[in-house]
Design a protein around this ligand. Structure first.
Ligand SMILES: C[S@@+](CC[C@H](N)C(=O)[O-])C[C@H]1O[C@@H](n2cnc3c(N)ncnc32)[C@H](O)[C@@H]1O
Length: 351
């Protein structure tokens, strides 16, 4: 089997679209082995060329890439760990910039009697014997990625900014918080992190499709005054909070009132993507001049009678484009069959 030059990871339902994104910028790319659901070895592509292309124009569906500089056989036994530490840590340490913080990120895609943490710790330990580069697992600038399958371990070094995500395989994890209302909270936290969105202290936010209230809770945690729109009821804890106003109606009815003006609009409504985009376009006049918006675009799991997933995204873009700049579009780790868009209002006179 040909050793891949890089490893591509995407949600298994969207791996085909990640491949289309890759083939568009690297037409000579070849798909190699499927290493696990949603994880492909790719050959005939220079990692750094692709990473630079994607750093400048990020893909939507490709969630993570990492280079392969070294491939080693593994046995699926505890002895793999010291062998990996010796070979990977020893051989690749010289590739690290001694000035920049590094971390080791291991993914294990097969049954093995060891965990990613065991490999990370052992390899980082060996590396520290060979280089002065500081270990920083929270904010690494350079990452040694290791992917372990049933037969082989693949390792490579890259800048975190080249991997599409600072997290192993793009699996952006958050700890469960006390008082958490919904899993959807992770989706908003991830979007704020990925798109580098800082919310203004005391900002005024509109949450369309708010129930049961996870996004509203996160927005409150970040100091926003929130108007929550949803015909369904919110979690009881939110009714104790005087800085949450729940209007028990749908987004269409609130538009007729007319609405107040907001710094931020978020929309997680379970609606056809194009219809949801039309509603977002109708809400644009109610965003302040430098207002921003986040929305999920719900997509079918495959291309079907309702249109291809790329077609649906394109139609939604066409609806949003006159009033918003699409500043980001990603299929986030916490998105299911959907992508998240980050929108900036086009202020009148700027279009
Ligand atoms: C996925 S849930 C939102 C979860 C929420 N973001 C959270 O963190 O708890 C989708 C919500 O959209 C609401 N919804 C669907 N169509 C709507 C519409 N036209 N106007 C307002 N809300 C709508 C549903 O009632 C449902 O509560």
């Amino acid at each position: 089997m040909l050793t891949p030059s890089l490893i591509l990871t995407a949600d298994p339902h969207f791996l085909d679209l990640a491949w289309v994104e890759l083939a568009r910028v690297q037409p000579a790319a070849q798909r190699g082995a499927v290493l696990a659901e949603g994880v492909w070895g790719i050959t005939a592509v220079n990692f750094f060329t692709l990473a630079e292309q994607w750093r400048q124009q990020p893909p939507i569906f490709a969630r993570h890439i990492c280079p392969v500089h070294l491939a080693l056989p593994v046995a699926g036994l505890a002895e793999d760990v010291p062998l990996l530490a010796e070979a990977v840590g020893g051989d690749l340490a010289a590739w690290l910039d001694p000035e920049l913080p590094f971390s080791v990120q291991t993914r294990i895609l097969a049954d093995a009697p060891y965990k990613p943490f065991d490999v990370n710790t052992a390899v980082a330990h060996t590396i520290q014997q060979h280089t002065a580069a500081p270990l920083d697992v929270r904010q690494p600038t350079q990452i040694l990625s290791i992917v372990v399958t049933a037969e082989a371990a693949y390792a490579g070094i890259s800048l975190a900014a080249h991997n599409l995500s600072d997290w192993a395989g793009g699996m952006h994890r958050f700890a469960r918080q006390p008082g958490q209302i919904s899993r959807a909270e992770f989706k908003l936290l991830e979007a704020l992190a990925v798109f580098h969105i800082e919310l203004p202290a005391g900002g005024v936010a509109l949450d369309l499709g708010a129930a049961p209230g996870g996004w509203t809770r996160i927005l409150r945690q970040k100091g926003q005054f929130v108007t929550a729109i949803d015909p369904a009821i919110l979690h009881p804890s939110l009714y104790q909070d005087k800085n949450v106003r729940h209007l028990r109606l749908n987004a269409e009815s609130y538009l007729q009132q007319p609405p107040d003006h907001y710094d931020l609009i978020v929309n997680d409504m379970r609606l056809d993507a194009r219809y949801s985009a039309e509603l977002m376009a109708a809400y644009a006049p109610y965003l302040h001049r430098h207002g921003r918006a986040l929305m999920t675009l719900k997509l079918p799991e495959g291309d079907g009678p309702g249109g291809s997933r790329q077609g649906i995204i394109e139609q939604s873009r066409v609806i949003l484009n006159p009033v918003y700049t699409i500043a980001g579009a990603r299929q986030l780790f916490h998105n299911r069959s959907e992508i998240t868009l980050y929108l900036k209002k086009i202020a009148p006179g700027m279009a």
